[in-house]
Ligand binder design. Structure first.
Ligand SMILES: NC(=O)c1ccc[n+]([C@@H]2O[C@H](COP(=O)([O-])OP(=O)(O)OC[C@H]3O[C@@H](n4cnc5c(N)ncnc54)[C@H](OP(=O)(O)O)[C@@H]3O)[C@@H](O)[C@H]2O)c1
Length: 183
């Protein structure tokens, strides 16, 4: 079955770290708001976006924020056998999750939201069209990382609604970047 183009979204620090002890290494409320805006916005009000994540990322979200509101929440896991009630979909592999998201006409956009294992696999799909990457200008101790990607294949673009300004919060500076796969 065909898969639609999808996006990957992540925030990484200087050394490309994204997490530690199954948590985010930083607390950036406005960055989180950006993530929510990008992953929730649809042009068609009758549609919603799908967010696909690995089991660890699902478990890393504080229970009161699960599922991520306003979005269709899909998780990939080989070990969870029964879908928790709060989840919209549980899949045994990424291909199946992407196919399910692609086949619904109620879905506008598909986002891969982590973590490392899922990012690694998703970047290899030819349908991986865009990367939304927030780069935090600081080093954190991390145990999970965003994969290095080919910047000839994924070229940085300007996207309407994504600020080019340096952001500052909690004494940390960061910038939003959008990369698009070249045909
Ligand atoms: N900074 C950011 O933007 C960001 C975003 C998201 C997450 N994070 C951080 O990333 C860390 C988690 O990353 P992670 O790499 O440990 O975990 P993860 O990718 O979230 O989840 C890994 C688990 O997902 C399942 N899985 C992964 N790929 C699969 C596949 N192709 N098919 C079926 N199941 C699959 C497996 O579950 P089973 O073992 O059940 O098979 C695997 O153990 C946390 O620290 C989190 O805070 C950071």
């Amino acid at each position: 079955m065909a898969i639609r183009n999808f996006s990957v979204i992540a925030a990484a620090c200087e050394n490309f770290g994204i997490g530690v002890n199954n948590k985010l290494p930083w607390r950036l409320k406005n960055e989180m708001n950006y993530f929510t805006r990008i992953t929730s916005s649809t042009q068609d009000n009758s549609k919603r976006n799908v967010v696909i994540m690995g089991k660890n990322t699902w478990l890393s979200i504080p229970e009161k924020y699960r599922p991520l509101e306003g979005r269709i929440n899909f998780v990939v896991s080989r070990s969870i056998k029964d879908k928790p009630d709060k989840l919209d979909g549980l899949f045994k592999d990424l291909q199946t999750a992407l196919e399910a998201a692609s086949s619904s006409d109620k879905v506008e956009n598909i986002f891969i939201i982590g973590g490392e294992q899922v990012y690694r696999e998703s970047l290899n799909f030819p349908e991986c069209h865009k990367i939304y990457l927030t780069i935090i200008d600081a080093k954190f101790d991390c145990d999970t990382f965003f994969p290095k990607f080919d910047e000839q294949l994924f070229k940085e673009i300007d996207e309407l609604g994504v600020s080019k300004e340096i952001q500052e919060e909690n004494g940390l500076k960061y910038t939003f970047h959008v990369y698009e796969r070249q045909k």
